[in-house]
Design a protein around this ligand. Structure first.
Ligand code: MN
Length: 202
């Protein structure tokens, strides 16, 4: 059973004007498809074949660049599509809202810290909101396709929200204005999914 590119729950133009259709189409059908194909090629015939992506990343040999880059790319983009929605935006409720207030004092402060982590990641990478096993939340950024599931990477824990800050995620619409893309991203965050990931954290 090989890894498959997930279908999106919305059309490529559904996140406009925040994320444009052309960027979505290339990002999903070319970039994510590429990571998926390369991951399958990297694990085929090895002891990793048949393992879940979470298990592969949690037990990753960080020197295995093909699996690190493409396994990370496969997982990270799965999460990215999942945490966005045309009906997104606003603020979280319930347990996640409480956890954000406990860990960051307020939603506004969380938003500022998360945006800063995303804006200041030098070059390509991601910013994350992660749930730790005690229910606390942490923010970090990671280079390339690394993520906090990998041994010793970033803030550790279970990623419940992630933003792709590679230029391919925003350049057609925002050019060099990464902060504008980060600000727009908050209008499409699917807090129901982020909350579900928080409650199911492993
Ligand atoms: Mn990407």
């Amino acid at each position: 059973m090989s890894f498959e590119l997930p279908k999106l729950n919305y059309s490529y133009d559904a996140l406009e004007p925040y994320i444009d259709a052309r960027t979505m189409e290339i990002h999903h059908s070319k970039h994510h498809q590429g990571y998926t194909n390369n991951l399958n090629a990297a694990v085929e015939g090895t002891e990793l074949e048949g393992n879940s992506i979470e298990s592969i990343l949690q037990n990753l040999d960080m020197n295995n660049k093909a699996v690190r880059n493409n396994g990370g790319g496969f997982y990270n983009h799965n999460l990215y599509w999942e945490v966005m929605s045309p009906n997104g935006g606003g603020k979280p409720n319930g347990e996640l809202a409480k956890a954000i207030e406990t860990s960051f004092d307020s939603f506004e402060n969380f938003k500022e810290l998360f945006s800063k982590a995303a804006a200041t990641q030098f070059g390509s990478g991601w910013a994350w909101l992660c749930a730790q096993t005690d229910g606390s939340l942490t923010i970090c950024s990671t280079p390339n396709q690394d993520n906090p599931l990998m041994p010793g990477v970033g803030c550790g824990g279970f990623p419940i929200l992630g933003i792709d800050v590679w230029e391919h995620a925003y350049y057609l619409n925002y050019q060099n204005k990464r902060p504008d893309y980060i600000s727009a991203f908050f209008n499409v965050i699917n807090w129901d999914v982020v909350t579900k990931r928080f409650l199911e954290r492993k």
